[in-house]
Design a protein around this ligand. Structure first.
Ligand SMILES: [Zn+2]
Length: 187
């Protein structure tokens, strides 16, 4: 079942939580490196857990990880790792915390040749999901097929976040996701 359809059968607070993400964020391009990095961080933290758990903790993540500021996270020291491991608002997992810090450092390195994380992604677009997964595994920590696929769907680099009959589909197209850029896809 598609995410769009799954939400219809949800109820109450659970539905509100998913609907807010589905209607306003899922599949829409992100033009801000902190938000883009934040989405990758959240997808990585979802591994082994439900997306709902992550949505509930999003504000906590944002606060604990300095609004996903890439420079600040890349500069985290041992005291920050201890602080994060003690913060119940986030997922307290050493590997995931380490991935956030190392991936932030990687993005700073990518910015030497590309204006931004977004510019780096655009420089590699278009490519198949398998090629993206390979590239991410070579570049970032903690990036398996599911994490990379969801990150790229959710940020508009891969097609398929919303089904064409979903009310949000047209709004996503208006926001010009990269997958819909036919001039590039046809190359
Ligand atoms: Zn949808």
């Amino acid at each position: 079942m598609s995410y769009c359809r799954a939400i219809e059968s949800m109820e109450g607070e659970r539905k509100a939580l998913h609907k807010a993400y589905h209607d306003r964020l899922y599949g829409f391009p992100i033009h801000d490196d902190a938000e883009l990095f934040g989405r990758l961080l959240l997808e990585i933290n979802q591994a082994g857990l439900s997306w709902e758990t992550i949505l509930k903790k999003e504000a906590g993540f944002r606060s604990a990880y300095h609004d996903f500021d890439v420079e600040k996270i890349a500069a985290y020291r041992e005291a920050d790792r201890r602080r994060l491991m003690a913060d119940a608002r986030i997922i307290r997992n050493k590997l995931k915390i380490n991935a956030a810090i190392e991936n932030a450092k990687t993005i700073l390195r990518l910015r030497r040749d590309h204006a931004s994380f977004e510019a780096w992604l655009e420089a590699h677009h278009p490519r198949s999901k398998d090629e993206w997964v390979k590239l991410f595994k070579q570049t970032f920590r903690f990036t398996g097929g599911e994490i990379v696929g969801e990150f790229l769907l959710s940020t508009g680099f891969l097609e398929g976040a919303h089904s064409p009959d979903c009310a949000v589909y047209k709004r996503v197209l208006k926001a010009k996701p990269r997958w819909h850029d036919t001039s590039l896809v046809d190359v």
